[in-house]
Design a binder for this molecule. Structure first.
Ligand SMILES: Nc1nc2c(ncn2[C@@H]2O[C@H](COP(=O)(O)OP(=O)(O)OP(=O)(O)O)[C@@H](O)[C@H]2O)c(=O)[nH]1
Length: 393
């Protein structure tokens, strides 16, 4: 299956990733599974070696030749058991492939005496070697290149032994042709397997990367959504609730206070002579003053109170669970706090004052507009009465 990314290109001959870093990642990924499979293969291999020793005994009896062959088998089995013991501790040996290739080559060397000591089964020996090569290539997890090295050594050793044994060139060529069959089958089988394994790895990685991207995109959208929500509900300059959100909050808090039988008050604050400040110091200084007021109001009020910007230099304050006298005290305290905390403009403290109007929400008033009409009238009254004061209406 072709992959979109060049990163996962697999070389057609040796069936390895063209990018060494990807190949390394693949080997690391396969390491645990290969280590487990290799361990099973090694145990089977060692077991079979010992079991075949019984056939030697049957054919040779307790002879010198039998002991030579048995010694070879025991040495090889010991090496294999040792490797099986080491493998769980060093699983990278399975992925790199060099250790297992070395073991295979040692195995083929130790197999050599059989060509000389069991001439009675010379043909069978070649067939067994063919089967060994094929099973080694297909069932012992290894990289194709290294598999081919081990298989080539096996064939060369076998042909050398046959030649040394004095068989004719015809026999040697026949054996070579016969052995090339399992080698070729093993090569193409392993090649296909290696490609499929790598394609699966690439698909797995691409799916994982796509998932990661998707998760990132979802997070980005969530943040965007939150930002949009925030922008829709708050005033960008001060971060306070905007008018629309405020009306919704008013309805919710009003209903809650009604159910709990507590009072709820609404106040408005209108900065005094704000136009003069804007005109004298500029719009940016005016914005800084608005932010200063917003921060101060938020800091000075209780957590349950809600401050909003009503527009321009007007603020609105919702005081849930508060009756009218208490609200008046709170707003008076706020007025004093504003006066006592000047805003810094061009490095100079500049006192800000505001006119406030506060009123308890009345039983029939379901909408904030009804209450605000009264509060607004109070503001007007306060401005005319000289500003910087609280009017309770
Ligand atoms: N910097 C700044 N100025 C604003 C903003 N919104 C409204 N204003 C200004 O606030 C000023 C309000 O002026 P007025 O309504 O005349 O009120 P005032 O000067 O405070 O006078 P009084 O309320 O009668 O004391 C205007 O100059 C507006 O341009 C804003 O977001 N930033």
């Amino acid at each position: 299956m072709p992959f979109s990314s060049e990163r996962y290109r697999i070389s057609s001959l040796w069936a390895e990733f063209a990018d060494p870093a990807v190949e390394k990642a693949f080997l690391t990924h396969m390491q645990p599974m290969w280590a487990r499979n290799l361990r099973v293969a090694v145990f089977v291999w060692a077991g079979l070696l010992l079991a075949f020793g019984l056939l030697d005994l049957q054919a040779l009896g307790w002879s010198r030749d039998f002991f030579i062959l048995a010694a070879c088998r025991i040495v090889q089995s010991a090496l294999l058991f040792g490797f099986a013991w080491v493998l769980p501790r060093r699983p990278h040996l399975a992925a790199s492939g060099y250790a297992v290739t070395a073991l295979e080559i040692i195995g083929f060397f130790l197999f050599m005496p059989i060509y000389f000591l069991r001439p009675d089964i010379a043909t069978l020996t070649i067939v067994v070697l063919g089967v060994m090569v094929l099973t080694m290539m297909l069932f012992v997890p290894n990289r194709l290149k290294l598999n081919m090295v081990a298989a080539t050594v096996a064939v060369i050793l076998a042909l050398t032994c046959i030649a040394l044994k004095g068989r004719g060139a015809e026999i040697v060529i026949g054996a070579a042709i016969f052995l090339s069959l399992p080698v070729a089958t093993g090569f193409f089988g392993t090649q296909q397997l290696a490609k499929v394994q790598r394609q699966q790895f690439a698909m797995f990685n691409e799916a994982r990367a796509a998932n990661r991207e998707l998760r990132k995109e979802m997070e980005r959208r969530k943040l965007l959504e939150e930002e949009l929500k925030r922008q829709a509900t708050t005033d960008p300059l001060t971060g306070l609730f905007n008018r629309r959100q405020y009306e919704m909050l008013f309805r919710r808090e009003r209903e809650r206070c009604r159910r709990q039988g507590t009072g709820i008050c609404v106040a408005m604050a209108d900065l005094d002579h704000f136009k003069a400040l804007n005109d004298e110091f500029g719009h940016d200084a005016g914005d800084a003053a608005l932010r200063h007021v917003a921060g101060l109001f938020t800091a000075k009020l209780r957590e349950g109170d809600v401050v909003g910007r009503f527009g321009g230099e007007e603020f609105i304050i919702l005081l849930p669970d508060t009756d009218a006298p208490e609200a008046e005290r709170v707003i008076e305290r706020l007025r004093g706090a504003l006066e006592a905390n000047p805003v810094m403009i061009e490095g100079q403290p500049r006192t800000l004052t505001a006119t406030f109007s506060v009123s308890a929400v009345r039983a029939g008033e379901r909408d904030i507009v009804d209450t605000l009409r009264r509060v607004d009238a109070g503001l007007y009254q306060g401005k005319h009465a000289g500003r910087n004061q609280v009017i309770a209406v």
